[in-house]
Design a protein around this ligand. Structure first.
Ligand code: F3S
Length: 63
C-alpha cells in the first residue's frame, strides 16, 4: 500500500503527521506529504486512521 496527499485539497491542518509521522510529514509548502515508498505493514492502521481523520479527505491509500 502507498499513500498520496492531494496538494489541491490539503489545508495543512497537521493531523496526519500527528497520527502517523512515519508516513506523513509537513513540507516547507505548509502541506502534508506522504513517503513515496510502500507503507510499512506496522504503519498501515495509522495511515488509514490519518486518511479517515483528514478533514478534507485529501489522503489517498492505494495499491
Ligand atoms: Fe492536510 Fe489532511 Fe493531513 S488537511 S495535513 S492531508 S490531515
Amino acid at each position: 500500500m502507498k499513500s498520496k496527499v492531494d496538494p489541491d485539497l490539503c489545508i495543512g491542518c497537521g493531523l496526519c503527521p500527528s497520527i502517523c509521522p512515519e508516513v506523513y510529514s509537513m513540507g516547507d509548502d505548509g502541506l502534508a506529504h506522504a513517503i513515496e515508498e510502500e507503507i510499512p505493514e506496522d504503519q498501515l492502521q495509522d495511515a488509514e486512521d490519518a486518511r479517515d481523520g483528514c478533514p478534507v479527505s485529501a489522503i489517498d491509500l492505494f495499491e
